[in-house]
Structure formats: C-alpha cells, structure tokens
Design a binder for this molecule. Structure first.
Ligand SMILES: [Zn+2]
Length: 66
C-alpha cells in the first residue's frame, strides 16, 4: 500500500478515504479534520476510481510541485 505524501499546496498531512461503500476514493488535504474546526488545511481533494490510482496521482502532484 502506497504511502501518501503531504499536501502539495500547504504541506498538511493528507488522507485517503472512501466516502461511500463500493464507490470511488478521495485523497484530500485534511479530509477528516476539515469539517471539525477548519484547521489549517487548504481543502484540496483528488477524486479517483480506486485507492491505488488516486494515491499515485496525488503523489505525482507532490513531486511536480517540489
Ligand atoms: Zn493543503
């Protein structure tokens, strides 16, 4: 299982979640915490069909950014 890199925009720890059963995966900046108190995440989210695919795209974005 691939490890997620931090958000390419703000550096906040990112998370992969599956919002619905059997649905696609989202990788986002502070996905779990953003609804709690807003924290300091920028809210960037990538949507994908499965976890491996969306994680790979997320990590690629980080490499381009850095
Ligand atoms: Zn961010």
């Amino acid at each position: 299982m691939q490890k997620l890199k931090p958000c390419p925009l703000c550096g906040t720890e990112s998370e992969a979640i599956q919002p619905g059963s059997g649905g696609g995966w989202n990788v986002g900046c502070g996905v779990e915490t953003s609804t709690a108190d807003g924290s300091d995440s920028c809210g960037l989210v990538l949507f994908g069909g499965d976890r491996a695919e969306v994680v790979e795209r997320w990590n690629t974005r980080v490499e381009v950014e850095s």
